[in-house]
Design a protein around this ligand. Sequence first.
Ligand SMILES: Cc1cc2nc3c(=O)[nH]c(=O)nc-3n(C[C@H](O)[C@H](O)[C@H](O)COP(=O)(O)OP(=O)(O)OC[C@H]3O[C@@H](n4cnc5c(N)ncnc54)[C@H](O)[C@@H]3O)c2cc1C
Length: 488
Amino acid sequence: MSSYSQHYHTIVIGVGGMGSAVCYELAKRGQRVLGIERYDVPNDMGSSHGHTRIIRLAYYEHPSYVILMKRAYELWDEIERRVGQQVLIKTGSIDAGPSDSWVFKGSLKSCVEHGLSHQVMTGKEINTRFPGYNLPHDLMGVFQPDGGFLLPEKVTVSYVEAAHEMGAEIHGREEVLGWEPMGDGVRVLTDRDEYHADSLVITGGAWNSRLLPFLNNLAVPERQVLAWLQPEKPQLFTPERFPVFNVLVPEGRYYGFPVHSIPGFKFGKYHHFEELVDPDDHFREADVEDEEMLREFASRYFPQGAGPTMSLKSCMFTNSPDKHFIIDLHPDYPQVSFAAGFTGHGYKFASVVGEIMADLAERRESRHNIALFNLARLTGQVSELYREMPGMRVTGRREHFQPIRRRPSRRMSRSRHPRLGRYDRRPLGRASLSRRRPARTGRDVRRRTSHPRTAARRTVGGFVRDHSDWFDTQDPRYWNQEDVEPFW
Ligand SMILES: Cc1cc2nc3c(=O)[nH]c(=O)nc-3n(C[C@H](O)[C@H](O)[C@H](O)COP(=O)(O)OP(=O)(O)OC[C@H]3O[C@@H](n4cnc5c(N)ncnc54)[C@H](O)[C@@H]3O)c2cc1C
C-alpha cells in the first residue's frame, strides 16, 4: 500500500558498507531517508564483514585515489567523534613487492606525488623492524605511517545509529524486488511494501547488477576467503608491532592485519582462487583447500603467525573490468545513482562514498572529482553528470526496467551440502565437484586460476563470462605495471 507517509527524499537500497554511510550523510543533511536492507543490519552475507578492513593513504592502484582518501580519513574521524567510538586503528601500512613491481612503484609514486610521509625499506629492513614479517630480503617496500584498519561491523552500526538519531528510517530483512522511474522520482517495490522517493541510491554490493542490469559483466561477484591463524609469538602480531600489509610475491598478492577483535593473525589473497560466483548461490563456507593455500603463504612469509587455524570466512569482491570503482548517475534517469565495482579495495572509502552519493542524490553532481569512476568508460552510456565532458558519447534511451523476480532462497548449509573431504582424491569431473560445491559448476560460475593445484580444475564447469585476461599471475603485466592501463 502506498501513501504520502511512504514518500521519502531518498531511498537507499542496500545498507552495507557503503549504504550505511549514505544513509548517515543524507540524514545529516536533513533529508527524509529510507534505507532498505534484505539481510540483517549488519550482516555477513555481502562484502563488509570479517572484523577488519585495511585503510591506507599510499595508493598503488592509482594516485588519484589519495585525494579522496584524505577526505575519507576526515569523515572517519567525524563518525568516531559523533558516536564516541574508535572505528579506525592506525598501525602504519607496508606495500611491498619486487623493485620493478606495480605495488612497490605505485605506492611510492602516490606518496611522492601527494607529499605523504613514507619510508622506503628493503624486505630485510622490514623484517628487522617488524619481526612478525619474513619477507625476501631483496623485496622493496613502502612504509606509510597513516595506514591501519577499520572495524566494518562497528562502522555499519555507528552509521545506522547516528542516522537513526537524525530521523532516518532503516528497514532490515526487507528485499527490494524492483524499482521504476515515476516522473522525476522513483517507485520502489519490496517484499513488504511499496515506497516513493525523489531520488534513489543503489548500493547493493554484489547484487547491484540485479538492480541495474547494465552492470551485468561490469560488476562481477567473486568469492574470497580469509584466514585467522593463531601466532606462535602473539607479541609480534599486535597493532603496535605489526603494520597492515599488501605484498606481491611469486604466489600472488596478499594482504594482512595484526591480531584484533577475534583471535588470530588475519590475511587473505587478492582474488583467492579466482572464482566468479552468483551472490545468491555459491559455496559460502571455507574448506581445507582454501586453508592450505593460505597457510602455505603464511608459513613462508609470516612463519611466527602460522599457528593453529582459528577461523576461516568467505566474502565477496565485486570486480569491475578495470578494477576502478563505478560511481555515477543512471544514464537515463538522473534521479537514480549507484556505487558499484569496488573490486576488493573499496571499504576504506565508504565514508567519502557516503558523501559522494549524498551529493548525487541531492544535487545530481558531486563536490568530488569522480571522473575516474564514470560508467561511460565501460559502456559508452553517458550520464547527465558527464554530458558536457568532451569525448563522451551520448547513447539513446533504452528499456532498462526489469522488476527483480523473487528467487527461492538457496543459502548454503552444511546439512544440504555435506563436506566430502579433499575433492575425494578422485579424478576431477563435474560429478565430484558438484557433489561438494554445487554452486561452483554450472552457468553462473567461472573458475580460473594459475594456482598449480587448481589449474587442473579450470576446465570444470561452463564459463559464461569471458574476462580471460583478468587475473593471470603469470602475465608479466601483473609484475610490471609501468605501461599498462588499466592498472592491473
Ligand atoms: C574478503 C574481503 C576483504 C576486503 N578487504 C578490504 C580491505 O582491506 N580494504 C578495503 O578498502 N576494502 C576491502 N574489501 C572491499 C570492501 O570490503 C568492499 O568493497 C565493500 O565492503 C563493499 O561495500 P558495499 O556496500 O558495496 O557492499 P555490502 O557491504 O555487501 O552491502 C551491500 C548490501 O546491499 C544489500 N542488498 C543487495 N541487494 C538488495 C536488495 N535487492 N534489497 C535490499 N538489500 C539489498 C546486501 O544485502 C548488502 O548488505 C574487501 C572485501 C572482501 C570481500
